[in-house]
Design a protein around this ligand. Structure first.
Ligand code: URA
Length: 258
């Protein structure tokens, strides 16, 4: 009888198929101890099953299963981020191929525009949406009520008290009167809109322009493209190795009250 990992595909072959270079280059990665399978350092000769083994290089899970797709969509306004909508509104999956079926990584509100990831890769989606590993997301917000006061700007940067807790520190800059660039790494529901509401401004237009290192000004609203392996891995690396604000919401709240 075969041991658990005596059948399956050789690890170096899997790595080469995914795009890590020649078989020899992949063997070297394994020999250097940079490859893990299900959390344990892999040795040369290891075989894996792409449907059940989690392979990571330098701590970053890699998409080994054939048929995984990762799309970047420029979501237009007036589209829901779910796969179906009981109210019959347009959904983001209508903008990408039907097969294989994909889902969105996180959400953008119905009225929010901009970059959204869609995939059928559950590991990738989980990594990117896990609350403690938030990658940076950058938005351009048009706001009502004129320019931000210095006090509002400071609050947005340091943390705003919302009904689900104080927000983590954000990068915020008013780039023109009533036009604000804001970078957050949390993914709470309607977070940017609620942050501005909390300081007395309504967001009249919201566009996500960056996710981690991903920007794409050439994508027209409604257009999508496939991510390269490098892009998938670098997003995974940011999520796995990022330096999020590890304080709990209670800790943030108490810092703010001091
Ligand atoms: N913040 C919001 O308020 N809406 C979004 O769609 C994304 C972030």
């Amino acid at each position: 009888m075969l041991e658990e990992h005596e059948d399956g595909e050789r690890l170096q072959k899997v790595l080469a198929r995914v795009g890590y270079g020649s078989r020899r280059a992949c063997e070297e990665l394994i020999e250097r101890g940079r490859v893990t399978v299900n959390g344990g350092v892999a040795i040369l000769g290891r075989r894996v099953h792409d449907d059940r083994d989690l392979v990571a290089v330098d701590g970053v899970p890699i998409p080994t299963a054939p048929g995984l797709v990762h799309y970047l969509l420029n979501k237009p306004q007036g589209v829901v981020s779910t796969s179906s909508d009981p109210e019959g509104r347009r959904t983001v999956v209508e903008f990408v191929p039907e097969d294989p079926r994909v889902f969105s990584v996180g959400r953008l509100d119905f009225a929010t525009e901009g970059l959204l990831l869609l995939t059928n890769d559950g590991t990738f989606a989980q990594l990117l949406t896990h609350p403690s590993f938030g990658v940076e997301k950058e938005y351009l917000a048009e706001i009502s009520g004129g320019s931000l006061s210095p006090g509002s700007l400071r609050l947005l940067k340091e943390g705003v008290a919302l009904d689900d807790g104080v927000t983590a520190p954000a990068k915020v800059a008013e780039v023109a009167p009533g036009m604000v660039r804001i970078v957050i790494h949390e993914g709470r529901n309607r977070q940017v809109r609620r942050m501005f509401e909390a300081v007395g401004h309504e967001v009249t237009r919201l566009v996500r322009v960056r996710i981690g290192g991903l920007m794409d000004q050439s994508l027209k609203p409604g257009a999508f493209r496939t991510l390269s392996l490098e892009e998938v891995l670098s997003l995974g690396a940011l999520a796995a190795n990022g330096a999020p604000d590890k304080r709990t919401r209670a800790e943030r709240r108490s810092n703010l009250q001091r």
